[in-house]
Design a protein around this ligand. Structure first.
Ligand code: NAD
Length: 290
């Protein structure tokens, strides 16, 4: 039996529709246009595409967007000064530092992310926001796992009481995903590269979230019949084709529902960034007036 296809475009459109209304209302009632600044350092080709897509999506929804391009040779200090200036800029409500940073700045990543004011941290990577999520006080939440939750919620897939298994324990996907699912009362198991007998665990999952970065890694024997499979992975094959971490063609025959790659989770990530930008603008406005 073929699985229900969870196409990202429908869910992303729904989120964008409500963000658009929020932006319009905020402009009308408060006279404020939500603003996002994206800092891109160096010439990473994939990052340039992502940043251009974010800018275009902001324009479509009436969000002010500024792309700050910095040379690969920039120092940590100069970058910190740029972030400090954006923290003070009242036209900017969200700041995103596009990752990955060039090799020379890689070791400074945590310090640079921490320099972004937590209320403007639309990526949800600041330790304050990580801590809030871990303690059940969701604030600005990382966009990709937040998008996965939106897919489940908008598709009316029950989370409470279900066994959710996540493959991958990164700070940007796996760990926040676990906290978001826990907060929605799932029983959560996190698997990773040192997990022993992975298939015996994944095949117990009612909801299987896969964020590894290995093409076609999850095969049908690893999936419980009827499970909901959310594929976060983005992998480019030698022939340039984009595929996920799940072997879509065979897993769709056993899963109850599945996200495709491309056309799945990726579309939600940008929608959630826009949603976080408006959330940040409203939050900053309320804090200023409280
Ligand atoms: P990462 O490299 O930081 O983490 C990968 C995780 O996979 C690690 O925790 C590791 O333990 C685990 N892993 C690796 N090999 C494994 C194995 N054999 N068995 C079990 N676990 C294994 O990656 P990430 O940043 O979390 O990204 C994961 C994937 O998701 C990548 O393909 C990335 O491109 C994609 N991604 C997509 C979006 C989106 O918008 N759709 C956003 C972020 C990441």
């Amino acid at each position: 039996m073929a699985a229900r296809l969870l196409e990202g475009k429908f869910f992303a459109a729904e989120i964008k529709k409500s963000v658009y209304i929020e932006v319009e209302n905020f402009k009308k009632n408060q006279g404020i246009t939500p603003g996002l600044a994206v800092i891109i350092v160096g010439e990473n080709a994939a990052s340039k595409v992502y940043v251009a897509n974010k800018h275009k999506a902001c324009e479509e929804l009436g969000i002010y967007s500024e792309v700050i391009r910095m040379a690969e040779t920039i120092s940590k200090q100069e970058l910190l000064e740029q972030i400090a200036s954006l923290n003070k800029n009242t036209a900017i409500h969200g700041i995103l530092l596009q990752l990955p940073l060039p090799e020379a700045l890689r070791n400074d990543e945590a310090e640079l992310l921490k320099a972004i004011h937590p209320d403007k941290d639309v990526d949800g990577f600041h330790p304050v926001n990580v801590g809030k999520l871990a303690t059940g006080q969701e604030h600005l939440v990382p966009c990709t796992p937040a998008g996965c939750i939106k897919i489940l919620e908008l598709a009316n897939i029950e989370i409470a009481g279900k066994h959710a298994v996540i493959i991958g324990r990164s700070n940007i996907v796996g760990k926040p995903m676990a906290n978001l699912l826990l907060a929605r009362h799932a029983t959560v198991t996190i698997c990773h590269s040192r997990t022993v007998d992975l298939p015996s665990i994944t095949s117990q999952a009612d909801i299987l979230i896969v964020a590894i970065g290995k093409a076609h890694f999850v095969t049908k024997d690893m999936v419980k019949p009827g499970a909901v499979v959310i594929d976060v992975g983005i992998n480019r094959l030698a022939d340039k084709k984009l595929v996920g971490d799940v072997n879509f063609e065979e897993v769709k025959e056993v899963a109850g529902a599945i996200t495709p790659v491309p056309g799945g989770v990726g579309l939600l990530t940008i929608a959630m960034l826009l949603s976080n930008t408006v959330k940040a603008a409203v939050l900053q406005h309320n804090t200023k007036n409280s």
